[in-house]
Design a protein around this ligand. Sequence first.
Ligand code: 5CA
Ligand code: ZN
Length: 413
Amino acid sequence: MESWRTPAIPDVPGRGPDLRLYDAASREVRATNPGATARMYVCGITPYDATHMGHAATYLTFDLVARYWQDRGHDVHYVQNVTDIDDPLLERAVQTGEDWRAIAQRETQLFREDMEALGVIPPRDYIGAVESIPSVVRCIEGLRKRGAVYDVEGDLYFDVSADALFGEVSHATDDRMRELFGECGGDPLRPGKRHPLDPLLWRAARREEPAWDTPLGHGRPGWHIECVAIALDHLGMSFDVQGGGRDLLFPHHEMGAAHAEVLTGEWPYARHYTHAGLVGLSGHKMSKSLGNLVFVHRLRQDGVHPSAIRLAVAAHHYREDWAWTDAGLAEAIERHARWSRAARLAQGPVAAAVIADLRAALADDLDTPRALAVLDRWASEALERGGPEHDGPCQVAEAADALLGVRLLDRDE
Ligand code: 5CA
Ligand code: ZN
């Protein structure tokens, strides 16, 4: 699929320490230590509705990872999927009477526009579930050869007992796994399954549902195997970071790791499993089903600068759950204005130290609140010192652009 345009990213002199990130599997903050090419897979949208601030916060978080690696001199191979065929999309199509493909195309396009407006680095491979069906089929055939697939009335399931390491990504208790599995589209109670947690790999065609003719029969792919097929095709095993929102840790990323490790006989699937906290509004997780959404495109229409949206997100550490508030947005708009004024004042030799502090904060498990405090101090000092305004480049502003995606010297402000 087409992704979106790459933002211009300034080159900033010097480089920071290796990026350390929290990894759910080892339950610690560890160095990412990627090779010359850093490889990241971030789970993409299910395009049945517009991008809300929860989604955006997750993609902005992993954009910081890509930006930091790029700043360290790595070539970043970033892959993202679009779940352009799945139950929620078909349910929405039934509700609105629209064609499911039209909904997916429209919402994916809106997502691209939102991401481009926010200056998010696009994935190098942006892959739809529908276009990856042949690859999904090959993966399921491979799992079948390994004896990890069984049939329930024509639907194919993965046998979680085939993976001795099952549970080692999320470390969830059995009760918690069953609860989450049920909440996330799983079918723990279906008769005929070997284990309640066994996930669907292939869903045989139902009446009035789209289906594809494949060597597995007429049907459509399950959810977890979709991401595995795409990740293995484009990144291979043991890629550096599997990212997404916290809601994906179990079952999605646990199942993904299990599929890939059984299929390839290799370990690990990903070297880091990293998750952004969930963004809520008025005390609830922001979600389509609750209808408590703040949309990126609405904020854009209201004239909010994309950098202010970024700053509203970056004010929270990515791992915490937090709530979107008007006050938080107002503070971010104010901060953006203050930093922009500071960037127009003549700068002394402080830039290198400020940039080193900014890099150190980000390298430490993306400590954005600390990164913002570093630039707040820089801005306060610059504003107190005063001096003539200029229109020339400002190294700190370039670092804020490169590392945080925050633009301070936009000509059209
Ligand atoms: N298509 C699947 C992933 S393969 C999916 O979860 N799609 S989604 O549209 O529901 O979510 C897209 C991304 O946003 C996922 O990474 C998800 O974890 C994240 N996300 C969803 N809701 C929130 C939220 N309230 N706060 C933060 N991130 C969220
Ligand atoms: Zn996924």
